[in-house]
Design a protein around this ligand. Sequence first.
Ligand code: NI
Length: 163
Amino acid sequence: MAILEIRKYPDPILRRKALPIKEISQELIDLSKNMIDTMRNASGIGLAANQVGYNLRLIVVDGLKTSGPLVVINPEIVSSEEEEIKEEGCLSIPGYFEFLKRSKRVIVKGIDLQEKELTIECEGIIARAFQHEIDHLDGILFIDRLSPIKRSLFRKEYKNLEK
Ligand code: NI
């Protein structure tokens, strides 16, 4: 078990588009385990590989009742339904939370560590976590989805939080 360093805004790696994974190596399996440990240690429900310094399309999401933590390689949202506004935060932007509109239900496709195809239907907080983490892989942070007014307030507030 290893706890990785979580990169914080405005680290430039958070802005890079992560690269698709072409093969599942032992390193990737170890990274996935360490990401789960890191996410849990930080009391998060999701983590993207670029948040711990790896520019790869790999995410972990926790909080699923049946399966435990889920590792998804090359995840994609293939359908989304309805919208809801809920409070959201990010382990890379500690201490800042804001309400944000997201899809309420999504279907996510990807690959697991055994190279099996995954189809995950989820809703609520888990659906939100998937949307948030897949955004990370595209270099998008949740603050980018706020209104211009809230974003400028964020910049002021976050400077104070960092002090
Ligand atoms: Ni995040």
